[in-house]
Write a protein that binds this ligand. Structure first.
Ligand SMILES: [Zn+2]
Ligand SMILES: [Zn+2]
Length: 231
């Protein structure tokens, strides 16, 4: 199932709870996050429904290296030939095929990461991305480094449509929230990282939960201004 949340941005529901995003560009699509092992088939079906082919996915930008975002990445790269990009601070986990114990602030998170079903096929990145730059080859997507949920977490800002793709920096499961602290690397850093987000957004996409568009974006702005440390 897919929906257009802004001009050139398609939300792909890769499971009942999880989303990836296809961002249309001059040379094809940039995919933001993949999902679990079953996600590549759903993403490729969506590209076909949109009239494209697997090779139209030119690059895969991962918001962070958690299994629900990267488990399908190795397979999707194999099937598309896409370049894989991630922030350097999450690259060691991507290459290890699992989250390191220091990557979760709580014991519950560390225990979960021992489960084989939360591991993935290790893969390397073709390039790393850094704060403030535009994604190479997709010059409409700006990288915002938002550490906290993971050390190398990034939010992607699609400047032409004023859309923010939030990854797990904010969850929208029933209500807007920063998510479970035990699963975050540095919970206290999360709200601080969000202070740099622009406020005049037209749409907001979440890895988990429905997107906000139109007047509903106001809920997101209110959420940001209610966070500790905001003025
Ligand atoms: Zn995550
Ligand atoms: Zn997630």
């Amino acid at each position: 199932m897919h929906t257009r949340i802004a001009p050139g941005i398609i939300r792909v529901a890769t499971s009942r709870r999880d989303n990836a995003f296809l961002v249309a560009g001059d040379d094809g699509y940039t995919l933001v996050d993949v999902g679990w092992a079953g996600a590549p088939r759903i993403i490729l079906d969506t590209v076909r429904e949109l009239g494209g082919k697997p090779g139209d996915i030119r690059r895969i930008v991962l918001t962070h290296a958690h299994p629900d975002h990267v488990q399908g990445a190795a397979e999707l790269r194999r099937r598309t030939g896409a370049q894989v990009l991630i922030h350097g601070d999450d690259l060691p986990w991507l290459e290890a095929g699992r989250v390191s114990p220091e990557g979760r602030s709580g014991l519950a998170g560390r225990l979960l990461d021992r489960l084989p079903k939360l591991h993935w096929t290790p893969l390397s990145a073709d390039a790393t991305v850094t704060d403030g730059e535009f994604v190479d080859g997709a010059d409409s997507l700006r990288v915002l480094h938002t550490p906290g949920h993971s050390p190398g977490h990034i939010v992607l800002l699609h400047e032409p449509s004023r859309t923010a793709l939030m990854g797990d920096a904010v969850f929208n499961r029933g209500e807007l929230a920063l998510g479970p602290a035990a699963l975050a690397a540095d919970p206290a850093l999360r709200a601080h990282s969000l202070q740099r987000l622009p406020h005049e957004l037209q749409a907001v996409g979440f890895a988990h939960g429905p997107a906000l568009t139109g007047a509903d974006v106001e809920d997101f702005t209110r959420f940001l201004t209610g966070l500790p440390g905001s003025d």
